[in-house]
Ligand binder design. Structure first.
Ligand SMILES: Nc1ncnc2c1ncn2[C@@H]1O[C@H](COP(=O)(O)OP(=O)(O)OP(=O)(O)O)[C@@H](O)[C@H]1O
Ligand SMILES: [Mg+2]
Length: 271
């Protein structure tokens, strides 16, 4: 069985999409079969894949709910899936209607994505399913959490990130208490866009690391990603850092290989 891993932070612009994209490619480079799912109506991940589908994951999810028959469209998994080094189920603006559309159905609303993955045997077809989430804690993200085995939280260290993290852990606890699925494990936090020259920022980061250590145990925070021009450049050309051969990218490649290694180790421990 493959592992489903979500990249989540309810705060925006912390690097979820950047990390999900490059981590997915790092895993593929190591020989794994990887599916990326874009659950964000902004569809930034889909843009990085240069995939512009008419149909997206929202159509498949709505199609999977029998009660919503009047909203079903002609779309099979094979029409929506984009194949590549990393396969993709694209996102699209239709996802912004998901919460409202699904609000009134009687089937368990939190489990639509989980059931969709199971019904289509996707957990068996891939070693890793990487989900890029929107910057909310809405129903889509709850669906992602309920479908996931593990969670990675990219964050920017500042005064507010600790409060946000605590709120997020609470949401995971709520899912555990619902008792209908096993809550996913938050096994990695990735400090991103860190400026270690700014004292306030390294102080904030240390405080956050201490808080995570005492809440979840040590070893769950990755070494910080600094502000890297190379990353901006690669994203602008819609490529992963592994598509570049110059020296400028070797450090970034090492970092993302490190993230992939953490994912592999965690998945190995949870077979
Ligand atoms: N380490 C980094 N160095 C330089 N730029 C970065 C770094 N990480 C991310 N960025 C840039 O920051 C911006 C936000 O990154 P990204 O889109 O991955 O964040 P996000 O959390 O997915 O945002 P959203 O919440 O809107 O989905 C992007 O323009 C990206 O190019
Ligand atoms: Mg994003």
């Amino acid at each position: 069985m493959g592992k489903v891993i979500s990249f989540i932070n309810q705060k925006g612009v912390v690097g979820k999409t950047t990390m999900a994209f490059n981590a997915a490619h790092a895993l593929a480079k190591n020989g794994h079969k990887v599916l990326a799912i874009d659950l964000d109506p902004q569809a930034n991940l889909t843009l990085l894949f240069k995939a512009q589908n008419e149909l997206n994951i929202n159509h498949l999810l709505i199609n999977s709910i029998k009660e919503l028959k009047m909203l079903h469209v002609q779309a099979l998994l094979g029409n929506v899936l984009v194949r590549g080094t990393v396969d993709l189920l694209p996102g699209g603006q239709e996802l912004s209607g998901f919460d409202l559309t699904v609000a009134a159905v009687n089937t368990p609303r939190q489990l639509v994505l989980k059931k969709f993955l199971e019904t289509n045997g996707l957990n068996d077809r891939y070693d890793f399913i990487i989900i890029d989430c929107p910057p909310t804690l809405g129903l889509l993200v709850i669906n992602s959490l309920c479908a996931s085995d593990g969670v990675i939280v990219p964050f920017r260290p500042d005064d507010f990130s600790l409060k946000g993290l605590e709120h997020f852990y609470q949401v995971i606890e709520d899912i555990a208490e619902m008792g209908i699925v096993k809550a996913p494990e938050v096994f990695l936090h990735v400090p991103n866009l860190v400026d270690l020259r700014r004292k306030q920022e390294s102080d904030d980061l240390n405080k956050i690391i201490q808080a995570i250590d005492s809440e979840l145990g040590e070893g769950k925070v990755f070494s910080p990603f600094l502000n890297k021009a190379g990353l901006v450049k690669s994203l602008a050309s819609r490529k992963s850092v592994f598509d570049f051969k110059t020296q400028e990218f070797s450090e970034l490649q090492e970092k993302f290989s490190g993230v992939a290694q953490k994912i592999e180790e965690w998945s190995h421990e949870h077979r």
